[in-house]
Design a protein around this ligand. Structure first.
Ligand SMILES: NC(=O)c1ccc[n+]([C@@H]2O[C@H](COP(=O)([O-])OP(=O)(O)OC[C@H]3O[C@@H](n4cnc5c(N)ncnc54)[C@H](O)[C@@H]3O)[C@@H](O)[C@H]2O)c1
Length: 251
């Protein structure tokens, strides 16, 4: 049985992970960490990592970028792998992940769902074929409680396209600030917020008189929690290093 330390345990995703783990005998949450340190489930909850008394085998993080430093300090000192699902990390925080990965296995994915990760592979292949002829635009939609914009997934899709194409493109966010025609060497990225939308991502390849659209719709948060649990089990026997969903879902 894998013992989990859950960061952000009292948030929306933390509670979904808690439900999923309760139905999976191969894992057990032994402690949680959350700024809101009420005990909502059957494991103790601490306000900071240095207060955790229980021993864990792996940490899972669905919290906030501000928690990252404490989380990585805890995991590297305990030498336990970490699955980071929190989005909105800045470049410095991404460097912190890389640094930690020289000591422990670090799994980072802005989107833990199978569907999105397959979509990214398909979009990369399409971009390689169409990069010179079609304009690429990414549109994402999320609920009105989401803090970061554009979504980490929209940025991950754009980054994946840029890694695949011959000539990497610049990102243009929305289009209200500059009044000029669209440049060929750009990917447009647009965020929509409203209601309870769990998460939608569309990638348009717009060419002369034809449009190809890839679209993924998440209907529940369970898909992300289930993906994070796959990552937990995947990391169990891995050496230190950086890992992502593409290591699990090889297309
Ligand atoms: N990678 C994925 O597949 C995926 C899927 C869904 C959500 N997410 C990301 O997971 C994160 C959490 O999402 P959510 O919807 O559960 O948000 P939420 O706001 O409902 O929950 C966040 C929790 O983290 C806690 N928290 C905030 N700052 C903290 C800190 N410094 N230390 C400890 N705890 C802290 C909050 O008290 C809260 O309980 C977000 O970044 C979101 O974008 C990732």
């Amino acid at each position: 049985m894998i013992r989990i330390i859950l960061s952000g345990c009292n948030g929306k995703m933390g509670q979904v992970v808690t439900r999923i783990c309760a139905n999976d005998p191969s894992v057990k949450i032994v402690a949680g960490c959350d700024l809101y340190d009420k005990q909502l489930s059957d494991y103790p909850v601490y306000k900071s990592f240095d207060l955790i008394k229980e021993e864990g085998d792996v940490a899972v993080d669905f919290s906030n970028p501000n928690a990252l430093e404490g989380l990585l300090a805890y995991c590297t000192s305990k030498k336990i792998p970490v699955v980071v699902a929190t989005t909105g990390l800045n470049d410095k925080q991404k460097d912190m992940l890389k640094e930690a990965s020289s000591v422990i296995p670090v799994f980072y994915s802005a989107n833990m769902s199978l569907g999105i990760n397959l979509l990214i592979e398909l979009v990369k292949k399409t971009a390689v074929i169409l990069e010179d002829q079609f304009d690429i635009e990414i549109i994402e939609k999320h609920h009105n409680q989401k803090i970061d914009a554009p979504s980490g997934t929209a940025l991950a899709i754009a980054d994946a396209i840029n890694q695949a194409v011959k000539t990497p493109k610049n990102y243009t966010y929305d289009r209200h600030a500059v009044r000029k025609k669209r440049d060929k060497a750009e990917i447009g990225i647009h965020a929509v917020r409203g209601g309870t939308i769990v998460g939608e991502h569309s990638i348009l390849f717009a060419g002369l008189d034809e449009v190809i659209e890839f679209r993924h719709q998440a209907n529940s948060k369970e898909i992300f929690a289930a993906g994070a649990m796959k990552a937990v089990k995947f990391l169990a026997d891995k050496p230190a290093g950086m890992y992502s969903m593409s290591d699990i879902f090889v297309v």
